[in-house]
Design a protein around this ligand. Structure first.
Ligand code: IMP
Ligand code: MG
Length: 418
């Protein structure tokens, strides 16, 4: 069985979890390697909706083991309640969830700092999910952070907490310390059974040729280094983050699959060259239920952007792509795909690095005819209307990559191999 990566290749919410779920049937491990509870994955199985934030979506398959890798930052309070909610829906976690000892911890302090920093940014807020992700990663990088394994060492933890507060110019009085450490102790009691040295587990599984699926969170355009900085998340979301975040070198992957929506969406602030604000945007938003799974915010909508899509395909060294939410485009007369950016007199084939330039670019569009038919029952390329096939072929040609999977609805079975 291969080691596969499934990565969102735009600004997140490409319906990665649905693709992971589709591929996951006989995968032994599903692994999260970056991000935290800023992620929101929604999966619908037999009409029942499951929302995931930190737990890998592979938990829906009873035989699958799920790993939260060292590159993830975990909010213990929110993870405990996420596990509880999933358990209440009948999911069994016993011997199925493994949290790496080295993963970072998101504290209530980080949520507070997230809100404060959003309020302070004079150059414009980022529109974060408010989950404390940025401040938690910043502390990890500053070597001031708390790690999951620290929760097993109460007096060391207290020292680290005191130093962390000092680092942020705050003091933690006895009552404050008691509150934080008691909360963390309660979370530890609930989580300790899941904490494990995941590095060896994954290496051993790979040696046995077990199926391992790495599930990206957010998307490449939110990558801290290569995305639309500063309007990005605070982790690297590229394929290479699997090496740093799960201790599993990306060189060992057999396949890297990029997930793209048939159009574009973005939540939060930042440049979005193909964004549209007209009736079409509203139609797509309603049709595609484009509201954030984590924050409920309406997502911004735009045409498919092949400039960014080619860029992220190259960054991730993709082998193929999955196109999701194709059904949402039914009933639209003309479909536009952005094939270049005009910046002044120049035509660019890759995004400029500066946000002000990316904000200024004029997309160059190719226009394709749409289709009227409802395609939610299609289970093969042949069952799609000709114009839907032409649309997918155009994406395929522009990205120079095969479309391998197509998704035409929310349900697990509304997916097919192209
Ligand atoms: P943060 O990750 O909460 O710091 O937010 C930084 C940016 O990433 C904001 O624009 C968020 O809306 C965006 N973001 C973070 N996680 C997700 C996600 O799972 N899907 C889509 N956007 C996300
Ligand atoms: Mg999401």
């Amino acid at each position: 069985m291969p080691a596969i990566a499934v990565l969102g290749c735009m600004w997140g919410d490409e319906a990665k979890a649905k693709i992971v779920d589709y591929l996951g049937t006989d995968t032994e491990f599903v692994v999260r390697f970056q991000g935290g509870s800023n992620a929101g994955h929604t999966i619908v199985v037999e009409g029942k909706k499951y929302v995931f934030h930190a737990v890998p979506s592979g938990i829906l398959y009873p035989g699958t083991k799920c790993v939260i890798g060292a590159g993830v930052v975990i909010d213990p309070i929110s993870l405990v309640s996420e596990i509880q909610e999933l358990e209440n829906s009948g999911i069994d976690f016993n011997q199925r969830l493994f949290i790496d000892e080295r993963a970072g911890v998101v504290l209530p302090l980080h949520r507070e700092l997230d809100t404060i920093s959003e309020g302070m940014l004079k150059s414009g807020k980022i529109g974060t999910t408010g989950r404390g992700i940025g401040p938690a990663y910043a502390d990890m990088t500053a070597r001031a952070g708390i790690r999951i394994i620290d929760l097993a060492h109460p007096s060391y933890l207290k020292r680290r907490l005191r130093e962390l507060y000092q680092y942020h110019g705050r003091s933690l009085d006895n009552a404050g310390m008691k509150e934080v450490s008691q909360t963390l102790a309660m979370c530890w009691e609930r989580l300790k059974g899941y904490v494990a040295p995941t590095f060896g587990m994954l290496q051993e599984a790979h040696k046995r040729d077990a199926g391992i699926l790495f599930e990206g969170a957010q998307g490449t355009m939110l990558d801290r280094s290569w995305g639309t900085y500063p309007y990005v998340t605070s982790s690297n979301t590229l394929v290479d983050a699997i090496g740093t975040g799960a201790g599993f070198s990306a060189r060992k992957l057999d396949e890297v699959l990029g997930v793209y929506k048939a159009y574009c969406t973005r939540v939060g602030e930042g440049p979005f060259p193909t964004e549209i604000h007209d009736e079409l945007a509203q139609k797509i938003r309603i049709q595609g239920n484009e509201f954030g799974a984590t924050t409920g915010r309406p997502r911004r909508i735009g045409h498919f952007d092949a400039v960014l899509a080619s860029y992220t395909a190259t960054l991730n060294c993709l082998d193929g792509i999955a196109v999701t939410l194709l059904d949402v485009l039914s009933g639209i007369e003309e479909l536009k795909i952005c094939v270049g950016y005009k910046l002044g007199k120049r035509v660019l084939s890759e995004p400029p690095a500066h946000p002000l330039d990316l904000q200024k670019v004029q997309p160059v569009y190719t226009v394709l005819s749409g289709w009227e038919e409802d395609i939610t029952q299609a289970r093969s390329m042949a069952a799609l209307p000709a114009n839907a096939r032409i649309y997918l072929e155009a994406i395929q040609d522009l990205l120079e990559l095969p479309v391998k999977i197509v998704s035409v609805g929310k349900q697990r079975h509304q997916t097919f191999n192209a």
